[in-house]
Design a protein. Structure first.
Lengths: 188, 188
């Protein structure tokens, strides 16, 4: 394989996103994705359990990144600041895959089942963050509230990033949204 | 019908909750619920579209209550305080149905599909609250953040209410959780 060729996973991902965009997630088959990528179905299933996983396989890596960033924050960091820094780091990675993120978002917005799956993913991220905060000694309720607030900020910053035409980068939008959360909860 | 008999909807609800608890949501049929309630399947379908709706029919009323409470808050109320007051009012209603809420929670905790449905319900409540805040002149991002933060508080207060043995009432737990949210977002 020539060096400049994307790997099979990347080719399958690109083919799947293109097809979901063209004909809808529900009307696309694994056989079509594999054919578009110039690969076999068997190769597809080496990377993905099903066509939905093409959209969600990154969730595990995202969760690991967030958890390890919060776990390794300085002891002096307030929980909300540890979570904010972790989400900004995640935002910087997503920023590098903006094209993919936009395509993916369009596919998800068009399908109720995928939207539900996205909510489940965010709830898992929140639970993982809360668990990590508890292991840092944060009390039960404060850990849950901080994690939920962080995920809410992330979700809203992500929506702005995807929908606004002003092209600010995602880490910056996450930072701004955290500041705005502080303002609204302070009753401003 | 004697005056002390619960209405048909209430009887069906009680029968359904009892059966879901005994044999699991997925192993209960509408025919069994109707039989347990001493009613016909036809009567069941006059009140509920399916067996899942027994657990979710209250969501519409909850949403209306929250929206109208936020819409009618004094102009001087900060958005977060309008949302907090609305959620406390909703909490007071749920407090009166504590037994039902506990049974319902046990059923939902045992079933992934129902948990997903619950997440979708909470996301709808958040979107409805954000829309109401926007109509009060709150900016787009502040409205979304306030609504998401409010729903996060509600969710966490509800979990404490259901799981803690200390029997504090739900409006009080909602109030305390809002105060704790203010503390954690302030970096305390």
């Amino acid at each position: 394989m020539a060096r400049w060729e994307p790997d099979s996973r990347g080719r399958l991902e690109q083919a799947a996103l293109a097809l979901y965009g063209e004909r809808g997630f529900e009307n696309t088959t694994v056989a079509e994705i594999a054919a578009r990528a110039g690969l076999t179905e068997r190769t597809f299933f080496r990377y993905f359990a099903d066509k939905r996983e093409v959209l969600f396989w990154g969730a595990g890596a995202l969760q690991e990144l967030l958890v390890s960033a919060v776990a390794s924050a300085p002891d002096s960091a307030a929980p909300i600041d540890a979570v904010a820094a972790a989400l900004e780091a995640a935002g910087a990675l997503l920023q590098e895959r903006r094209e993919f993120a936009l395509q993916r978002q369009t596919v998800i917005a068009a399908n109720t089942e995928l939207q539900e799956r996205e909510l489940v993913k965010l709830a898992s991220l929140s639970a993982a963050l809360a668990g990590t905060l508890r292991r840092r000694g944060v009390s039960d309720t404060a850990a849950s509230l901080t994690a939920e607030a962080g995920i809410a900020v992330f979700k809203i910053a992500f929506e702005r990033w995807v929908n606004e035409s002003n092209q600010r980068d995602l880490p910056q939008l996450i930072r701004e949204s955290f500041d705005e959360l502080k303002a609204v909860t302070a009753g401003k």
